[in-house]
Design a protein around this ligand. Structure first.
Ligand SMILES: Cc1ncc(COP(=O)(O)O)c(C=O)c1O
Length: 395
């Protein structure tokens, strides 16, 4: 038995996306910047993909810049707003402590350049407090960047409320929507979003392809200098097949969302109910305002890494925290920010379901996690101390 429950790390390439890509990897391999007919066909394919993606998020085609993925889009959005802010004499940025490292590390870099950054801690349920965000804004604020949905605990933020506040104060608003695009409805106009990052491999598109939406009038700074591709906003020969595959994958995900999202949410809630039966455990993040496929738990008295490896032995692919932090011994910054203490944060497990997940698989995951947690607790000195009353249970 093999169960893939790590869809927040990456998703399987859809057959439709692969089919759409193949001609651009085989016979139609022209360079979109070439004036010959092969090049022009490649250019048409890119522009078709741009139109498709723009219409799926409520944008104009000219507002879409293709990138190598979510990290690049995040970097470009934040650095662009910072450079524009600098020109206007504004050097303050508001964000949250639970952003992806593509955002947090870019903000760190800007701090070293003299920017001041306010990182808001969310509620214990992982949702940002909007009044706190509003109170953090100053006349010096040149950017607010808040993710649409969290990659670890799946919480969905009140993006529209934040967008409205920022628009009223004329502060540019960026959202890292890498985990949301293809899974939740996105409308950049209604949400008052000025910049939005997305990544194809999170919605059954190919890896190494993403896009940055930047509203008309929002200036973008190049991260990569060179040719005039992407209207001078991103140099380098375009990943034609990747871009075409991304558009096909997004179109398919958007079309299937009304059917997939409620089914996934049902499976998610079934998994949450099953894992909640494990004593001294806690669900991380809001039980309702979360991505349809995201489940994240902490189990007291065990190490998340051991849990992962034993589940992998049983054919279940899961994750502890985000894929980028797995393998490091630091507990997840997201779990710490929602108030989990180090010992508890270490015992975390993220299971992210996909549209192929079945009820039988969810039940098999519940059985396996129950058995593996009990097994690990059986020889955990931390658990023994807790069970013998030498230390106090936190959960
Ligand atoms: C919320 C979030 N932002 C950004 C990224 C980075 O995206 P990419 O892998 O396309 O660079 C990820 C990937 O895990 C993510 O989950």
């Amino acid at each position: 038995m093999k169960i893939y429950a790590d869809n927040a790390a990456t998703t399987k390439l859809s057959a439709n996306a692969l089919r759409a890509m193949m001609p651009y990897l085989e016979e139609q391999y022209g360079n979109p910047s070439s004036l010959n007919s092969e090049g022009q066909r490649a250019k048409e394919a890119i522009e078709g993909a741009r139109e498709k993606i723009a219409s799926l998020i409520g944008a104009y085609p000219r507002e879409i810049t293709f990138t190598s993925g979510g990290s690049e889009a995040d970097n470009q959005a934040i650095l662009s707003a910072a450079r524009a802010g600098e020109k206007a004499g504004k050097k303050h940025i508001v964000s949250t402590a639970i952003e992806h490292h593509a955002v947090l590390h870019t903000l760190k870099k800007l701090e070293k350049e003299g920017f001041s950054v306010t990182l808001l801690d969310p509620h214990e349920n992982g949702i940002v407090r909007v009044p706190e965000l509003e109170a953090a804004l100053t006349p010096d604020t040149c950017l607010v960047t808040v993710m649409t949905a969290n990659n670890e605990i799946g919480t969905v933020q009140p993006i529209r409320e934040i967008g409205e506040i920022c628009r009223a104060k004329k502060i540019p608003f960026h959202t890292d929507a890498v985990q949301a695009v293809g899974h939740l409805p996105i409308d950049v106009g209604a949400d008052r979003v000025d910049m939005l990052s997305a990544s194809a491999h999170k919605f059954h598109g190919p890896k190494g392809t993403g896009f940055l939406y930047a509203r008309r009038g929002i200036p973008l700074t190049n991260l990569i200098e060179g040719g005039a591709q992407e209207r001078g906003r991103r140099a380098g020969t375009e990943n034609v097949a990747g871009i075409v595959g991304m558009a096909a994958a997004l179109e398919e995900s958007a079309a299937r969302m009304p059917e997939v999202a409620p089914r996934l949410a049902e499976l998610r809630d079934r998994l949450i109910r099953g894992l909640s039966e494990i004593p001294h455990s806690v669900l991380n993040g809001d039980p309702v305002k979360r991505l349809p496929g995201n489940v994240n738990f902490c189990f007291e008295g065990i190490e998340g890494e051991s849990l992962l490896l034993l589940l992998d032995d049983r054919g279940i692919s899961a994750s502890s925290g985000s894929a980028c932090t797995s393998g490091s011994l630091d507990p997840s910054h997201v779990l710490l920010a929602i108030g989990r203490v180090h010992d508890v944060a270490h015992g975390s497990l993220r299971l992210t379901l996909g549209e192929d997940t079945t009820t039988a698989e969810v039940d098999a995951i519940v059985t396996a996690v129950k058995e593996v947690v009990a097994h690990l607790r059986g020889f955990s000195p931390v658990w023994r101390d807790l069970a013998e009353g030498k230390s106090k249970f936190i959960l």
